[in-house]
Design a protein around this ligand. Structure first.
Ligand code: NAP
Length: 161
């Protein structure tokens, strides 16, 4: 199991170890979704330092919501920040991990998205979630594109309950 985070998560390492099975080990890395290089650096470390060349499942879970406002009131900086984490983050992760995923016999790329990113459900999902919702909508598009472009990879978005 490979766990990545942008802040210190040593306090949950024991919980992560508990959910990994007896035959697996846990590797932890720093990965900031806003960085253009962190995902590539993690993959390079896996190859060069841990002799790992295959990943079965990648879960893009990191998410941020920098603002809760209407289109008129949402600061551009909030949009940039949420797009960087919620949209570009999963893209950078997929690009970095693609070579590892295709080595798996059953590769999966999972985006932890949100119903707030659904254009169809916008009428039901109240709230001025402009930066968060639109960044998740763009990420939903990307994961569907991955599904269409990479037939050997199961790629889908989920809304956590
Ligand atoms: N909770 C819900 O009701 C709900 C509903 C729909 C979708 N989601 C989605 O579920 C996922 C998990 O959210 P959550 O509910 O568990 O909330 P959360 O506790 O706020 O989790 C978000 C995680 O993303 C990390 N993160 C934020 N910015 C990052 C960055 N630049 N680089 C790397 N990691 C970053 C956060 O790390 P730090 O805490 O260290 O900053 C945190 O661990 C998110 O994608 C969220 O959009 C949640």
């Amino acid at each position: 199991m490979i766990a990545c985070a942008h802040s210190d998560f040593s306090h949950i390492v024991e919980r992560l170890k508990a959910i990994s099975n007896q035959n697996s080990s846990l590797l932890t890395f720093h990965l900031d979704s806003q960085s253009d290089t962190d995902a590539d650096d993690v993959v390079e470390s896996l190859e060069t330092m841990h002799n790992i060349h295959k990943i079965d499942v990648v879960i893009a879970n990191a998410g941020s919501s920098a603002s809760y406002a209407s289109v008129l009131d949402t600061p551009l900086e909030a949009l940039r920040s949420d797009y960087e984490t919620n949209t570009l983050g999963p893209i950078k992760l997929f690009k970095a991990c693609h070579g590892f995923l295709i080595q798996s016999s059953s590769p999966k790329f999972v985006l932890v998205s949100s119903a707030l990113g659904s254009i169809h459900a916008m009428g039901r999902e109240a709230g001025p979630t402009v930066s968060y919702g639109s960044s998740k909508a763009a990420a939903n598009f990307i994961v569907k594109k991955i599904h269409c472009e990479h037939h050997s990879i199961v790629a889908f978005a989920i809304h956590p309950g």
